[in-house]
Ligand binder design. Structure first.
Ligand code: IMP
Ligand code: MG
Length: 173
């Protein structure tokens, strides 16, 4: 098993700063942005992103899981409830990677059903992989496109390992 560097840390840092600017400009009219971070994968990305988001915001987390042992089950399990009521909120869901697109689709649908006024999505990575027919095609904000490989580092894991790697890497089995 080898690790191949896809996006070095300096490039990640520069792009995350730029993306925070894009989100800020697209949220100039928002009085209180409700940022929802999907755990565990988006933890490190979101920590860097929100510290550069120049918008009044609240932060909440949602623990979801769609992957079991490295393959998608097609099911998205909500392992924790939100602490803030989504009703009337302008929300930004932050995830690590868009793969089948099911996770973001399910989470965004459920926030809308709970009465959110607007729900947008932000991902670090958009994987060039086939989307599920019900999956979200693309996020509102994307930092990078990546090839259809298994990605680890900067928060992304393989069975909970490698989240601490500072670069975005491909795991070659
Ligand atoms: P989706 O529902 O298939 O779009 O998958 C999204 C979730 O699957 C992400 O939040 C990740 O946790 C996980 N995932 C998908 N692809 C990868 C990968 O290449 N490496 C690590 N996790 C991944
Ligand atoms: Mg995840």
């Amino acid at each position: 098993m080898t690790l191949e560097c896809l996006i070095p840390r300096e490039v990640v840092a520069r792009r995350v700063a730029e993306l925070a600017g894009e989100i800020g400009r697209a949220s100039a009219d928002v009085a209180d942005l409700s940022v929802v971070v999907l755990l565990n994968g988006a933890l490190i990305f979101a920590a860097d992103l929100v510290r550069q988001l120049n918008v009044p915001l609240t932060m909440d987390t949602l623990a979801v899981a769609s992957y079991e042992q490295g393959h998608s089950t097609g099911l998205v399990a909500f392992r924790s409830p939100l602490k803030l009521n989504p009703e009337g909120r302008d929300m930004l869901v932050v995830d690590d990677i868009l793969d089948s697109g099911l996770t973001l689709r399910r989470v965004m649908d459920s926030l809308r059903s709970a009465g959110a006024a607007r729900v947008r999505s932000c991902v670090l990575l958009d994987k060039a992989a086939p989307r599920h027919p019900e999956g979200l095609a693309r996020a509102d904000f994307t930092a990078f496109q990546v090839p259809d490989k298994f990605i680890v580092g900067y928060g992304l894991d393989a069975d909970e390992r490698y989240r601490n790697l500072p670069d975005v890497m491909a795991l070659i089995r």
